[in-house]
Design a protein around this ligand. Structure first.
Ligand SMILES: *Cc1c(COP(=O)(O)O)cnc(C)c1O
Length: 364
């Protein structure tokens, strides 16, 4: 049956033509094809050390899973206020920061509205804009993956509702200088600065939220705190935008397990910060190892991953061969990134196994 017949005829037309978001593969779907029994997962920027042990203990003894969470997120917003040092009236939490991207689009973007995106970047901005019915205006990064502030400003018109900026950028790893972000903020268009990797980069525009009524900063517990599977992220907004988002969100968008996990993670912040330091140290060691191989060009990163261009241009084959050895990395099937792979930073033993596997493949 074609899409002009049957149920597809009734589906919103902007969705029938939308290319899906391609998540990394779950190890469960791979087991048959991968011989190695211990899969090394370096494809989704997850925390190789897992969450704080306190989270596991607290969840094991938690007894109120039958009670709905607080729709107003009172305790959660208070905890996040303590962590970020900004008032709770600025904060809204979500089921991962992806949930907040969805909410922000619901708040600002409808069919015909335009959203500026700077590829190559996190694919969720494109995907969620497509779902909203908004039009994605692509303003590509330059050959060094820096944003083109002049081109962004020229792309703004009366239909522009939002600009997305991942900082540091996933998958390229570098930071945008603050002057560039300020130049975009000065246009008055709502700007989302996605700081999913803030704890690794140490750079933030949060202090600007008091000055710019159009600035929204997103953060997550998925990467630094090792809670990707529990889904908890948050945004820091001007209070007026925070109120709108609280009004339109699903009432119980953050589950009680996520709340407990945030509480315990912040109790164990020193432990988590040590793990972040370990990952940063390991990132630099991995970078050196990759450079020495001679057939990869790693890009300096301020996050917990490293993008590499594959100098003999056979990135898909390299990706496949690594998978056969039980090492999962990220390959992006897009024209701009077809010669690249992205490697998440693991534990030292993961780096050793990865470098060894790459050496072998380089000799084949
Ligand atoms: C991983 C990542 C996120 C986090 O998403 P969650 O929904 O919080 O797990 C957000 N933005 C970017 C750029 C990311 O790489």
């Amino acid at each position: 049956m074609s899409e002009s017949e049957g149920i597809a005829r009734l589906i919103r037309p902007n969705l029938t033509s939308l290319g899906g978001y391609s998540p990394h593969k779950s190890p469960d779907t791979l087991k048959e094809r991968v011989q190695a029994k211990d899969i090394i997962k370096l494809d989704a920027n997850e925390n190789p050390y897992g969450c704080s042990p306190k989270v596991r203990q607290a969840l094991a003894s938690y007894s109120s899973f039958n009670i709905y969470p607080d729709a107003g997120q009172t305790e959660l917003r208070q905890l996040l206020s303590g962590y970020t040092g900004i008032g709770a009236e600025h904060i809204v939490a979500g089921s991962g920061s992806g949930d907040l991207i969805d909410l922000i689009l619901r708040l600002f973007v409808g069919p015909g509205d335009e959203v500026i995106n700077c590829p190559p970047t996190f694919d969720l901005y494109r995907f969620e804009t497509g779902i909203s019915g908004g039009r994605l205006i692509q303003v590509p990064r330059d050959e060094n993956f820096a944003i083109d502030v002049g081109a962004i400003k020229s792309a703004i018109n009366s239909k522009t509702k939002l600009v997305f900026l991942s900082n540091p950028n996933n998958p390229t790893g570098a930071l945008t200088p603050q002057e560039g972000i300020i130049a975009i903020l000065d246009t008055g268009i709502p700007v989302v600065v996605d700081e999913a990797y803030y704890e690794f980069s140490g750079q933030t525009v949060v202090p600007l939220v008091n000055r710019y009524q159009n600035l929204m900063v997103l953060r997550t517990f998925s990467k630094w705190a090792g809670l990707a599977g529990l889904r908890v992220g948050y945004g820091i907004f001007p209070p007026e935008i925070a109120d709108w988002l609280l009004k339109i969100k699903l009432p119980y968008n953050v589950n009680v397990a996520a709340l407990v996990a945030v509480r315990e993670s912040l109790e164990d912040i020193d432990y988590l910060r040590e793990r972040v330091k370990d990952i940063i140290t390991e990132r630099e060691r991995l970078f050196g190892g990759l450079e020495k191989l001679g057939f990869l060009k790693p890009y300096p990163s301020r996050a917990n991953f490293i993008l590499c261009s594959v100098l003999d241009s056979n990135a898909p084959k390299l990706y496949q061969k690594l998978e056969e050895k039980g090492i999962l990395v990220r390959y992006f099937d897009t024209p701009r990134l077809e010669n690249y792979i992205r490697l998440s930073v693991g534990k030292p033993e993961h780096t050793d196994a990865l470098i060894q596997a790459l050496k072998q493949l380089g000799e084949e």
